[in-house]
Design a protein around this ligand. Structure first.
Ligand SMILES: Cc1cc2nc3c(=O)[nH]c(=O)nc-3n(C[C@H](O)[C@H](O)[C@H](O)COP(=O)(O)O)c2cc1C
Length: 179
């Protein structure tokens, strides 16, 4: 048991980051995080999750802008929190367990980011706009096809402020021991 304690602490200490430095993390660091996502389990090992590692400032600004215009609540706000990287995660529309598969990949990437000292935050707005024509028009040139459902996205970057102000108490998520 002792040898996994560090990893268990990493899980318990992971927190969302919503304030990022503007500088881009190096590519090997980003690649290690995406690889953790790629190695997530998937139902029937179908491996249909797709990862778009977006660092192009124009595409990033386009996503912020589209969300701001198409979702009232985000008018004048950056849903990405100014992160220099957004990993957009899609899956096949034909995969009935697309969201479950994607969520495994997302958690793997959040933990990997945490392990490497990067901040991350699940950004859900692109998922809400998966059927939005403007979001589709923006993402088509980077390769997102109509056969894909936009499941989630992850803001990534070096944290501007300390991310781990201490382990957060969790009052929800009850556990029932039976037997
Ligand atoms: C499915 C899902 C969707 C989320 N969407 C957003 C989001 O759109 N924007 C955001 O700032 N945080 C989002 N989060 C992050 C949660 O708000 C965060 O995980 C929660 O408040 C607990 O905080 P912690 O991650 O620091 O433990 C999302 C998390 C999950 C699991």
């Amino acid at each position: 048991m002792e040898h996994n304690k560090e990893f268990l602490n990493l899980i318990l200490d992971r927190r969302s980051c919503r304030s990022f430095r503007p500088d881009l993390p190096d590519r090997p660091t980003l690649a290690a995080i995406v690889e953790a996502g790629r190695f997530a389990p998937s139902a029937q090992n179908c491996q249909l999750t797709r990862f778009y590692v977006i660092t192009d400032p124009k595409v990033l600004a386009g996503i912020t802008d589209t969300v701001s215009r198409r979702m009232k609540h985000y008018a004048g706000r950056d849903c990405r929190y100014g992160a220099p990287v957004l990993i957009l995660v899609t899956n096949s529309k034909s995969n009935s367990l697309a969201l479950q598969d994607t969520s495994c990949a997302m958690e793997n990437m959040m933990l990997a980011a945490s392990a490497l000292g990067l901040g991350s935050c699940w950004i859900n707005q692109p998922h809400h706009l998966t059927d939005d024509p403007e979001m589709r028009a923006l993402l088509a040139p980077i390769g997102v096809t109509e056969d894909e459902v936009i499941c989630a996205s992850l803001s990534l970057g070096w944290p501007a402020d300390p991310v781990h102000p201490g382990r957060k108490e969790h009052k929800g998520n009850p556990v029932f021991w039976v037997g």
